[in-house]
Design a protein around this ligand. Sequence first.
Ligand code: SDX
Length: 428
Amino acid sequence: MSAKATLTYAGKTHELPVIIGSEDEHAIDIMKLRAGSGLITYDDGFGNTGSCAGGITYIDGENGILRYRGYPIEQLAEHSDFVEAAYLLIFGELPTQTEYQEFDDLLTDHMFIHESMRSQFESFPDDAPPMAILSAMINAAGCFEPALRAVEEKRFKESAARLISKTRTIAAASYRISQGLPMNYPRFDLPYTANFLHMMFGMPNKDWTPDPDLVRAIDQILLLHADHEQNCSTSTVRMVGSGMANLYASCAAGVCALWGPLHGGANVAVIDMLTRIHESGESLDSFIAKVKDKSSGIRLMGFGHRVYKNFDPRAKIIKASCDRVLDKLGIQDPLLELAKKLEDVALHDEYFIERKLYPNCDFYSGIIMRAANIPLNMFTVLFAIGRMPGWIANWHEVRNNPNGRIYRPRQVYTGPTERPYVPIEKRG
Ligand code: SDX
């Protein structure tokens, strides 16, 4: 079905096509607006701008819906695992048993990083932020990726598997080096997430296998973070990939975009916030009052979302997982109880209700990572490990777009109008 929109401005009327998505989203196609009218649109923060026609992940923010290639996140969280969700996001279909095994074997085949990279880890200061190391070492790993230079489509599956597998190894190595511990080699007998925890916490000459309940909970967190439409970091990967930059460079840029506390860094900010409240003994009412006072500059981290104006479905799943895992492991985390009370206070407060602020994926995820003894400065790294398949899928979608053009937004210029150059001796 084709539809049209009409724009009337300065006495002229312009007809614009409307594109309609598979979930009946209607979007005014402004690709030829400037040529036809001299007008551009303005949307600071891109809150109302569709940057692409994407077929990977669907979000309905009003109804709290999230689907990977059409599959509801609740069903994937219950029945799938991170490796399968990664395959689904990248290749578009749930794998057959054979396809799953082949992809999992690729992940195993490529789980080691080049031995010469080990010394590069040692060049970072002990307190180097793991996100800085991750971004740098993903690009370093790319230097050993034979397909990288040609970015061959026929080797894309191998490249995708290599990057997903090595990201986990690089992340664990950055932690071990920062602790002055020997790097653990991956094991051939452990699946993806258990292997990551082994590389993080295993000790030489000590038989240790991660707790299966924790493995399942961490694997589910990776799955829940695997993709999320055109968020800040995914849009960054698409932007960089649109310029024909290679897969590793584009995803390394995604790591940097994810880092900030308003995006992937929020899971760290949530734990910092809960810890401050817990240790200070401040009442929740007092803290919420500060949040509502804009001059305080304090936000309820882990709450709010640009798209979800209802519950983030991932938050519900992670909250339930918190209860299940901590109960199973007999862990009493005061921050979990505090988070639940804070959520309850906020959800009954007009400030949050009228602004449609609900818990997002970051509000509870840190509780599970604490239960797994993941250090705070590694929380966002786990988010990046989880998001890697989504970044790869989006990079591939940009690169395979037949109308593919480099991403190049315009602006409304608000700087100085033309003025003549002033020699330095005549200034000031
Ligand atoms: C992620 O985009 C994605 O999909 C991201 C993500 C993904 O999977 O990739 O889902 C992952 O990044 C989740 C979000 C993690 N960030 C946080 O938890 C940080 C805290 N939340 C916010 O800072 C904020 O809610 C954002 C950044 C998430 C969204 O910001 P918006 O859409 O720009 O909203 P806004 O800043 O315009 O806020 C609208 C109003 C404002 O009040 P008014 O000016 O209307 O009076 O809501 C207020 C804001 O002050 N507000 C908050 C708040 N978030 C918004 N007030 C207190 N606490 C908050 N957390």
